[in-house]
Design a protein around this ligand. Structure first.
Ligand code: HEC
Length: 125
């Protein structure tokens, strides 16, 4: 009897722990989404360059131009921004090479920054 009680208490604790873990994850996700994704404007130097540096320049830069693509500097990036291939590749859209090539897409908030910047004319700002 006592053993059963202890067991059920223990499993109750375990279940509760799992429940709270999930709740934390959920809230973390929601917080991050609302905070980072309220993107209304994006500038090349402040917003786009850091994204390219983090996820793209490893393969697309001076000294390594995979697919013959260099994404270092505004003059190199802007043709891909204007012909749709930068966003198409980053969003893994059909008809474009999925970039980065392995794993998932870059974070949603970064995709949104790219989108906002391109929709505003992909300016050198
Ligand atoms: C691990 C290396 C690697 C990384 C990281 C990478 N690329 Fe690429 N990229 C390639 C290769 C290789 C190609 C040539 C196409 C192919 O063979 O898949 C390419 C091609 C492209 C093209 C040309 C597509 C076309 O339609 O001609 C664009 C645009 C591009 N990448 C953008 C990006 C962007 C944006 C990122 C970051 C989000 C990125 N790449 C990250 C390797 C990479």
């Amino acid at each position: 009897m006592i053993r059963q009680l202890v067991l059920s208490l223990l499993s109750g604790l375990l279940l509760t722990a799992c429940y709270y873990d999930n709740e934390e994850d959920l809230f973390q996700y929601v917080d991050q989404g609302s905070a980072d994704c309220a993107v209304m404007t994006a500038e090349f130097t402040a917003d786009i360059v850091p994204i390219l540096t983090a996820y793209c320049n490893r393969c697309h830069r001076d000294g390594r131009t995979d697919g013959n693509v260099n994404l270092e500097g505004y003059d190199r990036v802007s043709p891909y921004a204007n012909d749709g291939s930068l966003l198409g590749a980053a969003k893994h859209e059909a008809g474009y090479f999925a970039m980065p090539p392995s794993g998932g897409t870059i974070p949603a908030c970064d995709l949104q920054k790219l989108t906002v910047w391109i929709e505003a004319g992909a300016l050198n700002n």
